[in-house]
Write a protein that binds this ligand. Structure first.
Ligand code: ZN
Length: 490
């Protein structure tokens, strides 16, 4: 089947036919987390969005090198409150070595991503492991004349760059507008212009994460790591760069300026941005009291949550919206997603146990083509989900005996769900994904409980004790109540 994968390129503000630079290979870079705290919903959306793209490109037969960086040197740009490196601040507060903070939260981030069934990227480079490359990159920009040294720090000369190129092309802004928006902050007297951004910062004495460089003992600016590591692992031009919409300006705009300054040309061919998540209509943030970590969603411990939500409910909820539209989280919306996922999994389970008829009594629509067309249209995951629900209607009618489906049609349907629900949307159909898919397991345990009950009634204590003790060893908690036997896994 011919695929015309159309992706919305933020740079040109239109859907464009995806053609990789090197036939059969795709290079993809996505801005990863800054690891100084637990992952929250804001981390889940880009991770899931680009996970689906990664899965789909591989499904189409491309060899994909997916690079997702780890920001672990901290960055000043976003630290409005104290200006202190976020990781260093956390290390000071918790009396940890900064790399302990990084490892602690990176382990937790990986655990949360695995729960969401997000595949690990091909390379996960740390900014702290690429200081030599970052220093060399700063030197290239200095040599090209687009940066200047000031008091041990190095700044990118935005005004000069804008005279030769266009600063603001990705976000659709122009420099006059940006000049008016930019306030002069403390420490900016080193800069020629408030819009200039740091490539290298001289470390103040209390700054604990610093490295030697030709300019000072200091640390790299945040935007630099992505330009540097993108080039190192994907080459000076690569296919896809992704991230959240909040990173488009200034982060990605600065990345473009850096690569044009250092290399003489842009590095990225397709820029993709996922939209943001709000909670009950409000922006998510610590100051709004609605900052809910993924772990809190999974165990329901945040006061704003009326219940726990499994990682698959979160994943399904995110995929029910197109990645470029905003998503608003609320308990009602999540409960809706939970019901919908349950319905989908019920359909999947019923499909596995359907017996084939001699011939089908209806003609099935071409669901697979509809799903492919949806994914080819800028990853329209809500349309894929709607199509799978359409297929569920046929499954339910067949299970209720209203229609008949042949072995060939049943195998087509099973293939449809295996490809689109399991492989591409990445929905786990077993274990914690939902009660329905646990049905065979639960049925088997119930059967054992029934045998034990019968043994007790017949005063066959040896059998009833054997079952009880063995089940306890396996980790089951069994309680005899007035209503009958209750069991759960400890
Ligand atoms: Zn980045």
């Amino acid at each position: 089947m011919e695929h015309n994968l159309l992706l919305y390129n933020t740079l040109h503000r239109q859907k464009e036919l995806f053609k990789p630079l090197h036939e059969g290979h795709v290079g993809m870079y996505v801005c990863g987390p800054t690891v100084y705290g637990d992952a929250h919903l804001g981390h889940a959306r880009p991770a899931i969005t680009f996970d689906v793209l990664f899965r789909y490109l591989r499904h189409l037969g491309y060899r994909v090198r997916y690079v997702r960086n780890i920001t672990d040197v901290g960055h000043l740009e976003h630290d409005a409150d104290s200006g202190e490196d976020k990781i260093a601040k956390k290390a000071r507060l918790e009396q940890l070595e900064p790399m302990e903070v990084v490892q602690l939260y990176l382990n937790r981030y990986h655990r949360d991503m695995e729960a969401l069934n997000v595949l690990p990227p091909s390379i996960e480079p740390h900014a702290s492991g690429h200081l030599i490359e970052q220093i060399a990159y700063v030197q290239k920009i200095l040599d090209a004349g687009y940066a200047y040294e000031s008091n041990g720090s190095v700044y990118f000369d935005v005004e000069k760059f804008n005279r030769d190129h266009h600063y603001g092309k990705l976000s659709g802004r122009n420099i006059d507008e940006l000049r008016n928006e930019t306030r002069t902050l403390d420490g900016q007297e080193e800069k020629r212009n408030p819009l200039d951004f740091a490539l290298w910062k001289k470390a103040s004495p209390e700054h604990i994460m610093h490295w030697p460089s030709p300019w000072s003992e200091g640390f790299p600016g945040w935007h630099l790591e992505c330009s540097t590591m993108g080039e190192k692992y994907l080459g000076d031009t690569f296919d896809i760069h992704g991230g959240g919409l909040d990173l488009m300006f200034p982060h990605h705009e600065c990345e473009i300026a850096q690569s044009v300054a250092a290399q003489g040309h842009e590095a990225v061919r397709y820029w993709l941005h996922n939209n943001m998540i709000t909670i009950n209509g409000k922006k998510m943030g610590k100051s709004y009291g609605n900052f809910i970590t993924l772990e809190q969603f999974y165990d329901g411990s945040h006061p704003a949550l009326t219940q726990a939500y499994s990682p698959m409910v979160i994943r399904f909820f995110i995929l029910q919206a197109h990645y470029r539209s905003t998503v608003d989280f609320s308990n009602e919306a999540l409960q809706g997603a939970e019901k919908a996922l349950q319905k989908m999994l019920d359909g999947y389970r019923r499909l596995q146990s359907l017996m084939p008829a001699e011939a089908s009594s209806v003609e099935l629509p071409d669901f697979a083509t509809r799903c492919y067309e949806a994914l080819d249209d800028d990853l329209n995951t809500p349309m894929v989900i709607a199509t799978l629900f359409d297929a569920c209607r046929y499954i339910n009618q067949a299970a209720d005996g209203q229609i008949k489906l042949s072995a060939e049609d049943l195998s087509k349907l099973r293939h449809l769900f295996d490809v689109f629900l399991v492989d591409l949307l990445g929905v786990k159909v077993a274990s914690e994904a939902g009660g329905a898919s646990m049905a065979p397991f639960e049925g088997a345990v119930d059967l054992l409980m029934e045998i034990r009950g019968n043994a007790k009634a017949a005063k066959d204590w040896a059998t009833s004790d054997l079952i009880r003790n063995k089940m306890a060893e396996l980790g089951f908690d069994i309680k005899d109540t007035k209503q009958g036997v209750e069991w759960k896994l400890k």
